[in-house]
Design a binder for this molecule. Structure first.
Ligand code: ZN
Ligand code: FE
Length: 255
């Protein structure tokens, strides 16, 4: 196994992740909503900590960095563009950059839209993409700093990654995202089936992270703004993909 991934619930509905390179044992934590659950998870697994990776500047993603960093002095990685509003970075990254966690290459994608200077971390060999509040499971983040065009460009870029890539986002919003998706595409068979699976998973108390990009592209309305059937379903047959994305985002804001 090239990487082992631990999903760590934090605060109300946030997730942090710990990713361990199976060959060297090096560990990265992605986002730090709160230090205590992360420290508990690392000690439970007997894992160290070699890197702290940040997706974006919101307090529910970086609020625990100072405490975690005081407990374990690991270098902090985040968007170079956001250096002024992130904890002190050892490495500032931007679109197309890559760095190592042990033997794993981590590729950086700029996925601005929710915020400007939002990055996603792609462990290509481990098939895992950590998206923060950009692409979310069956949804996407609200547009606080960027516009619909910017977010659509970010999501379009992610859709070019391998179909088997597994998506790990910053929040457990999937059940309500699924409900909204059904309002857009009530006839989508894959969506109907997935909505059922998600409510079963949530009823069991399971998280819904780690869905493949392929499944997201079949069921996440925000990744489907370019599809003729979605354009028809919302009465925007002749609109551009970005216009359709903007409309779906607006409907979700008011859902
Ligand atoms: Zn956020
Ligand atoms: Fe968030």
């Amino acid at each position: 196994m090239p990487v082992e991934i631990l999903t760590i619930p934090c605060l109300n509905d946030n997730y942090a992740y710990a990713v361990r390179d199976g060959e060297t044992g090096e560990v990265a934590v992605i986002d730090v909503p709160d230090a205590a659950p992360i420290l508990r998870a690392l000690s439970f697994k007997g894992w160290g900590l070699n890197q702290i990776l940040l997706t974006h500047h919101h307090p529910d993603h970086i609020g625990g960095v100072d405490v975690l960093h005081q407990a374990i002095d690991a270098p902090i990685v985040g968007a170079r563009a956001d250096m002024h509003r992130l904890p002190q970075l050892a490495l500032g990254v931007a679109e197309g950059d890559a760095f190592q966690l042990g033997n794993q290459t981590v590729e950086v994608h700029d996925v601005s839209g929710h915020t400007k200077g939002h990055v996603a971390y792609h462990f290509a060999e481990g098939n895992a993409l950590f998206t923060g509040d950009s692409l979310m499971i069956m949804g996407c983040g609200r547009l606080f700093e960027g516009d619909a065009e910017m977010m659509w460009a970010s999501l379009t870029k992610l859709m070019e990654l391998p179909a088997e890539t597994r998506i790990y986002s910053g929040h457990e919003y999937t059940a309500s995202n699924a409900k909204f998706a059904m309002s857009i595409e009530p006839e989508n068979r894959a969506l109907i089936e997935r909505t059922r699976q998600i409510s079963e998973a949530r009823a069991r108390g399971d998280d819904t992270m780690g869905a493949t990009l392929e499944l997201e592209m079949a069921t996440n309305p925000f990744l489907r703004a370019g599809r003729a059937e979605v354009k028809a379903a919302i009465g925007m047959k002749d609109a551009s993909d970005a216009e359709v994305f903007a409309e779906i985002r607006k409907r979700k804001d008011n859902f």
